[in-house]
Design a binder for this molecule. Structure first.
Ligand code: SF4
Length: 312
């Protein structure tokens, strides 16, 4: 049986839904125990972890193992109360998809949330899943984040969970959206936000926003089922947040067992094959087809990253 520690350090994204529909405390503790014994290196606790009574127990299992933990919060009253009960500061990200919407684009809620958490001695960063309705908000959000001197602005891959999956065809950005963004985020604006620390999952968005495309911190190519894994609200393990394939449940099997499954091996073999739409691309060696999870959902698009309109 293989162990993920011998493959590569594993970064896990775990979605914990609102307390009313979350797994029982016992099951959450079991998953946490299995993450520790599986050798996880870094963990993003996404969703509503701070609204859950079991968070203290879960953290008491995870922290002694030295796992680098980040919590996400929508800054509801129950989550802010949860943050106030943390017995030691933990990196925190405020969820802009919950605080700012196209229907309510003003930043007053986000400003209040930042202030509330800073008064607790926390220094939250911001996280935004860049779906289509948020595209017009990206420029003002980046400028505001810089003004607020947040420690991090994270643009992660798009989780295909209950939050977004119902309408992903409409919500997920395509190459044409990148073209639109390019016209809005000119080089002068990108230079103006150079002091904002950003963590950008997508290569194409990184190239647009970083102003230093040769200095990318993320791994090259699709890391699904390699250095990335995603745990959904029911405890099922997926190659990454953007890939709906399930390897099985952490409530039934250990992480090394799921990680040594034939399904995981097939997934990695699939990723190793260039998509037909990438043939001849001069940037294959840095991109490797980009996000292969989202492209699974659009088989008519030649298997390329959805932000990419043609080989380079
Ligand atoms: S064709 Fe596009 S998605 Fe494929 S490797 Fe080249 S840049 Fe990446």
């Amino acid at each position: 049986m293989s162990n993920p520690q011998v493959d590569t350090p594993l970064r896990v994204h775990w979605f914990i839904p609102p307390a009313a529909v979350a797994l029982s405390p016992e099951k959450l503790r079991l998953i946490a125990t299995r993450l520790v014994s599986g050798g996880v290196f870094e963990l993003l606790l996404d969703g509503y972890p701070l609204a859950h009574d079991a968070l203290g127990d879960v953290l008491s299992i995870l922290r002694p193992a030295g796992i680098r933990i980040t919590l996400v919060s929508g800054a509801s009253s129950s989550e802010t109360a949860g943050a106030s009960r943390l017995d030691a500061p933990i990196p925190l990200l405020l969820d802009l998809n919950r605080l700012v919407t196209a229907q309510a684009p003003n930043l007053s809620l986000s400003a209040k949330a930042l202030e509330a958490h800073r008064s607790l001695g926390l220094d939250p960063g911001l996280v935004l899943c860049l779906l289509r309705p948020w595209l017009p908000l990206l420029r003002p959000l980046l400028s505001w984040a810089l003004e607020q001197q947040v420690p991090l602005f994270k643009l992660p891959n798009i989780p295909l969970d209950a939050r977004f999956r119902h309408d992903f065809e409409q919500q997920i950005c395509r190459a044409s959206d990148l073209g639109q963004l390019r016209s809005e985020l000119d080089s002068e604006f990108v230079r103006s936000i150079a002091d904002l620390k950003m963590q950008i999952h997508d290569l194409f968005l990184w190239e647009l926003l970083s102003g230093q495309p040769d200095n990318r911190m993320e791994y090259s190519g699709c890391q699904a089922a390699n250095t990335l894994a995603y745990i959904d609200a029911q405890g099922n393990v997926h190659p990454c947040a953007s890939w709906p394939l399930s390897f099985g449940s952490l409530l039934q099997q250990s992480l090394p067992e799921l990680w040594s499954s034939a399904l995981r091996e097939q997934c990695r073999q699939y990723i190793a094959q260039p998509p037909k739409g990438c043939h001849g691309c001069a940037d294959w060696g840095i991109c490797f087809g980009g996000c292969r999870g989202l492209s699974q959902l659009h088989t008519s698009q030649s298997g390329r990253d959805l932000w990419c309109d043609a080989p380079r």
